[in-house]
Design a binder for this molecule. Structure first.
Ligand SMILES: Cc1cc2nc3c(=O)[nH]c(=O)nc-3n(C[C@H](O)[C@H](O)[C@H](O)COP(=O)(O)OP(=O)(O)OC[C@H]3O[C@@H](n4cnc5c(N)ncnc54)[C@H](O)[C@@H]3O)c2cc1C
Length: 284
């Protein structure tokens, strides 16, 4: 295993050894190796690259290093900056996993249950990808998660650019058990007062986080952004139902109604409750 100390050195090591794979905390990668699903020809460790283990501010955005661990993102100073991402990090597995697992690994693995992913989708975050020869390119996180764009050979996620909205943000996760566990469903909701917007993303119910755009626009139009941002309980309920129906439709693509299996109906109810609560908390 090579242990480069800069992003460009890591990219060079990967380019020189195309069969090698990058490893950050190893929580996903080593699980795959231990299960016999992966036999990497070589490893490029990212754990010694100081430049991707913190964050910096840039033009109204935070530039988060891909090597930030969940444990670090869960701390109060980070939570003051990115409350929903901190809440997602605190919910990402047991402490041993949170100490090792990183933001970049969570994104690259792109598991439907990845806790940071709905938050990044709601925040409309972009990735800063490092490539050979010092190249940097940006792509929306959602494009990577939807498979519209991929990391090319030798490329690494260096940073995640996230807008600083200075407004309430909430992340809620249902696991179906007490204690740490993978999400059955999750909801990230952020308010964007400058654009008078509500942005919401639902995790774990589909291969990638889903944005209920019509529900977002409808609820944003009901909020009095210049006064107390309160909504009647009926509006919160209707928002929850709207989000759930958008993400788990009970109509076939041709518009014919279809009977959902009981487990899916339960999942739909869970999404509705999470979305309603998330909005209620953000407006409280
Ligand atoms: C017991 C257990 C419980 C877990 N619970 C949760 C949970 O509740 N919620 C959750 O979201 N996740 C959970 N996970 C998954 C995992 O911990 C996270 O996805 C973690 O963020 C992965 O980060 P890592 O640094 O360990 O990634 P690694 O295992 O090091 O790498 C994962 C993948 O990402 C690639 N990669 C890593 N960094 C980069 C980079 N900078 N650029 C490009 N590619 C990169 C690697 O090549 C590899 O393919 C759990 C895992 C385990 C084993």
């Amino acid at each position: 295993m090579t242990l480069p100390t800069s992003l460009d050195e890591a990219v060079a090591a990967l380019s020189a050894m195309p069969a090698a794979v990058p490893v950050a905390g190893g929580t996903d990668l080593m699980a795959a190796v231990n299960k016999g699903l992966l036999r990497p020809a070589g490893l490029v460790g990212l754990g010694k690259i100081a430049e991707i283990r913190g964050w910096q501010y840039q033009d109204g955005h935070a530039l988060l290093g891909a090597g930030l661990t969940h444990a670090r993102m869960g701390r109060p100073d980070f939570a003051a900056l990115m409350p929903a991402l901190a809440a997602a990090a605190r919910a990402a597995g047991p402490p041993t996993i949170r100490n090792a697992g990183t933001l970049g690994g969570n994104i690259a693995t792109a598991a439907p249950t990845g806790d940071s992913l709905p938050v990044l989708a709601a925040l409309e975050a972009t990735l800063v990808v490092a490539g050979p020869g010092g190249a940097r390119r940006e792509l929306p996180v959602s494009h990577l998660l939807a498979g519209m764009e991929r990391l090319r050979g030798g490329e690494l996620i260096g940073f995640v650019r996230v807008p600083l909205l200075h407004a309430p943000q909430v992340y809620l996760k249902a696991t179906g058990r007490t204690g740490p566990g993978r999400a059955l469903a999750s909801v990230a909701l952020v308010l964007d007062p400058a654009r008078r917007g509500v942005r919401c993303a639902v995790g774990a119910v589909a291969p990638m986080p889903l944005r209920p755009l019509e529900a977002e626009r409808w609820i944003a139009s009901l909020i009095d952004w210049d006064a107390e941002r309160a909504l009647a309980p009926e509006a919160l309920h209707a928002f929850g139902d709207y989000v759930a129906a958008a993400c788990i439709p009970d109509q076939a693509p041709d518009g014919t109604p279809q009977e959902l299996p009981p487990a899916v109906q339960q999942l739909r109810r869970t999404v509705a409750v999470l979305a309603r609560r998330a909005l209620g908390r953000a407006l409280a």
